[in-house]
Design a protein around this ligand. Structure first.
Ligand code: HSE
Length: 378
């Protein structure tokens, strides 16, 4: 007769938001709820109904109740940094010794927190679990997606430095920004519709109409801060002292932390740009290889062998148009890598373009997988 292991009591906070909803979707797809005892919490609807996940659940508990939270083995939160900063110290002060799994950026650089991206840093995670580390968080989406794409090269110490120029989706700025992007597109279309439908209209008149909309007062910019439809925004997050944005600063800081590197760190820097895609981040990457003898075929094999989600898209126009875009990747776990070639600068300079879903590998999936790792660890 097998011994039935005690199921961990796992509390979910912030499950109604965008990342939380994707997390629940993925957990249901993978049947993850059958191996835990889930309890759902709310900051605004205590006593309301828990989500439909195919099992009987109690009513929503109070996400601000230290007493109720402290009874859990694991807390999974996608509620945001403010919630983490308020509740985690209170809970730890009251003796909560369970796991805190966090989708927000609040804890990422803390010494007692690990950034979890297990296809890349399972050994770092395992060592932390064995050392009694209880705080785990998800990395910045751009960093996680870049590491998933290039995992094979990092694993074999083939990267001297990385320059990543990003094309980041509206979802990275939140659900309201996604809605705003679409409302901006709609406003542009509404204003230009008559000209567009008139086959004799001049394209410069059409363009002028669009520019006037983009610069006028009708376009909504409350969340994005500027027009994104028909434009780009080359600034993400706040400034740090050296001219980088915080999003750009995270590139090196988080990459090296995820890889567990404190000496011989890898330089990562680039320019982060918001573009009008919905939920996929893309990156044009240039990197310097430590071994210039590697051929593109060698590199292809190294990337493919690293993890099952990498898909190499042949460097030709039909395949690129069909497979290497947010439109093709959105809603999937694929990490597509294409436009792979050596730069004309020399054999040690590799360039490529990669796309991944910001809500999946960029947020919910590493969190879901970390929960399963904790469940197996017990
Ligand atoms: N900071 C990212 C962005 C999303 O603004 O796209 C979260 O990692």
């Amino acid at each position: 007769m097998g011994v039935k292991l005690k199921m961990l009591k796992v509390g979910f906070v912030g499950w109604r938001g965008m990342v939380g909803s994707v997390l629940l979707q993925r957990m249901m797809q993978e049947g993850d709820f059958s191996s835990i005892n889930p309890v759902f919490f709310s900051t605004s609807n205590v006593g309301g109904n828990s989500p439909e996940i195919g099992v009987q659940l109690p009513k929503l508990s109070d996400a601000y109740s230290v007493e109720q939270l402290a009874k859990l083995d694991v807390i999974v939160t996608a509620q945001g940094s403010e919630y983490t900063q308020k509740m985690l110290p209170e809970l730890r002060n009251k003796g909560f010794s369970g796991y805190w799994l966090d989708a927000s950026s609040g804890l990422r650089m803390d010494d007692d927190a690990v950034i979890a991206l297990d296809p890349i840093n399972k050994t770092v995670i395992d060592a932390a679990l064995n050392n009694g580390i209880k705080n785990y968080c998800v990395g910045n989406c751009t960093v996680s997606l870049m590491l998933m794409a290039l995992g094979g090269l990092f694993e074999q110490n083939l990267v001297e430095w990385v320059n990543n120029m990003t094309y980041q989706a509206a979802s990275g700025a939140g659900a309201n920004s996604m809605r705003e992007l679409l409302s901006q597109s709609g406003q542009i279309y509404l204003n230009v519709k008559d000209l567009l439908n008139d086959s004799s209209s001049n394209i410069l008149a059409i363009d002028d109409n669009v520019s006037q909309t983009l610069r006028g007062s009708q376009i909504k910019t409350q969340y994005l801060g500027a027009p994104l439809a028909g434009s780009v925004i080359p600034w993400i997050d706040c400034a740090v002292e050296n001219g980088q944005t915080r999003e750009e600063w995270k590139g090196a800081a988080e990459t090296n932390k995820i890889l567990g590197l404190s000496a011989n760190t890898i330089k990562v820097d680039g320019l982060c740009v918001r573009v009008g895609s919905m939920r996929c981040h893309s990156q044009a990457i240039t990197l310097k290889l430590t071994d210039k003898k590697l051929s593109i075929d060698d590199i292809t094999q190294i990337l493919l062998n690293h993890n099952q989600w990498v898909k190499i898209i042949p460097n030709n126009k039909p395949d690129t148009l069909k497979y290497l875009s947010p439109a093709a990747v959105s809603g999937t776990l694929d990490i597509v890598v294409g436009r792979l070639r050596k730069l004309t600068f020399g054999e040690d300079y590799l360039t490529l373009f990669t796309v991944g879903d910001q809500l999946l590998w960029g947020a919910a999936e590493p969190l879901r997988r970390m929960l399963n790792i904790v469940v197996k660890h017990g």
